[in-house]
Design a protein around this ligand. Sequence first.
Ligand SMILES: *Cc1c(COP(=O)(O)O)cnc(C)c1O
Length: 356
Amino acid sequence: MKKHNFCSGPSILPQVVFEQAAQAVLNWNDSGLSILEISHRSQGFVDIVDEAVALVKEHLQLTDDYEVIFLSGGATSQFFMTAMNFLDKEETAAYVDTGIWSAKAIKEAAAFGNISKIASSEDKGFSYIPKSYSVPTDAKYLHLTSNNTIYGTQIHQLPETDVPIIADMSSDIFSRPIEVERYGAIYAGAQKNTGTAGATLVIIRKDMLGKVNRKIPTMLDYTKHIAKNSALNTPPVFPIYVSLLNLRWLKSQGGVPAMKTLSEQKAGALYAEIDRNSCFIGKVAVEDRSLMNITFLLSNPDLNDKFGAACDAAGIVAVKGHRLVGGFRASIYNGMPMESVQVLIEVMQEFEKENG
Ligand SMILES: *Cc1c(COP(=O)(O)O)cnc(C)c1O
């Protein structure tokens, strides 16, 4: 039976990416070698990194002011690496708390400088994006989580500030154009919209670098990774290759602008059904709804298991909400086709006929 995978991460990738990745494991580029056995010092791998970096720059329209590297350690390592590399002990960075991932970023950064939590949506269970706050002009940077994977909220407008923004874009990078020049750094675990688990994409504006006094261990120092073109030590070769395949696919589809249109269609159709269907309720403030992670509740929570079973029966996978927030969540990253969203909508409509 065909599966429709709505998992929040690791998540669905385009079928052609799975096929090309599988082929490369057996015989990469007709070399007679598996991608899993090539040296990270070989020209072949250097070319993979160079093309992936070039595609990231093209897709996000990055100027030469920006460096692009692939690291390991997940977005979670970036919670502390950003502060370690960009914030001195006496300096202050501003953080907006929009849920679990932001909270982890705040906790990890606190070891390296003063962290000022300037806004939070905790008062309403992180069901909205705080907007009426001002960013202290002396803040070293402002940290934002652009899309809150767990709650299903997304920042649709950046706050007014001249302070460089550092954004965790793990779950919405490449899904919409960004105002590049506003960012001092961007990071994203690859397993949602970039590629597969094991690589982390980090984008850094050059003027952010080399401005802290502390001694940074080599493996945690952005400047060292940049100098070695993402191969300071053995990098996650295969996840970087899968990212390259996915970035090529993205280009073939019309790039980020096309993904924005598609995301609006997919999310629009799902939200319209949630709003229309008497069995379901949207969880978050309408103006802050995420186009990547669509969260909803059943109006009668006693029917949760029944809806779960209806999804199973239709081949729909991983629509259960995050264990900390409950309900349901459909993650519809770039690789998710409209047809699968349509299958979920039909299950919701059938469910209403039987239970509404
Ligand atoms: C998934 C996710 C993370 C965690 O990423 P890891 O790569 O597992 O460390 C962090 N932030 C956001 C917004 C996420 O969606």
